[in-house]
Write a protein that binds this ligand. Structure first.
Ligand SMILES: [Zn+2]
Length: 195
């Protein structure tokens, strides 16, 4: 099961909406908007930082719940809701079209399995750095993470993920609200073991 990209800002249905309907929606949104709770996540020594939005936190909990709070790489069991287990994105969160795509996310121990930076020891070297030998620019061979994704998803589904990762995704505040609702519902199902 995966979530389809919510890139429907430009779909024909929305284009057909009247100005009046849009105004009504804006009024409705301004009355029902959730307070934003954001935090900044910094990659250890990776020179990036990402704004983590409420929908990211729900998605992360969903991915880790579906994995039974176990790392998919080493199998280590983590305590529920502990941040020792990460929600890793194969294509980083800046690829917005797959930011909430379950095929793109895996539960990994923060250290070493996800962000471990010891390149001299393959077991201590995180999958964040093991997508391709030579990195995306000088890719000479698949790295451990890519080999895992191909096995996990199969070549066809993996190729489909690559294509989706290149999609453009623009979300209106209405889309975000719907996304949060749908993720919360999925999380409840996952917690109840029915997803
Ligand atoms: Zn692990």
């Amino acid at each position: 099961m995966r979530i389809l990209p919510f890139g429907n800002a430009n779909d024909s249905l929305q284009l057909q909406q009247s100005v009046l309907r849009r105004i009504l929606r804006e009024v409705w949104e301004s009355e029902t908007r959730e307070p934003e709770k954001e935090k900044i996540e910094k990659g250890q020594g990776m020179g990036w930082k990402t704004v983590i939005k409420p929908e990211d936190s729900i998605f992360s909990e969903l991915v880790r719940t579906l994995a039974g709070w176990k790392c998919v790489r080493c199998g280590r069991q983590h305590e529920i809701k502990q941040n020792t287990l990460d929600c890793s994105h194969y294509f980083g969160r800046n690829h917005k079209s797959v930011r909430f795509d379950l095929d793109n996310a895996d539960a990994l121990c923060r250290y070493p399995c996800h962000q471990g930076s010891d390149s001299t020891n393959p077991e201590r070297f995180g999958w964040e750095y093991q997508k391709g030998i030579g990195g995306f620019k000088n890719w000479s061979a698949d790295g451990e993470y890519t080999l895992y994704k191909k096995k996990q998803l199969g070549e066809q589904r993996f190729s489909a993920l690559i294509i989706r990762s290149e999609g453009i995704c623009k979300m209106t505040s209405f889309d975000i609200k719907e996304l949060r609702k749908s993720l919360r519902e999925m999380l409840q199902k996952a917690k109840g073991g029915i997803l």
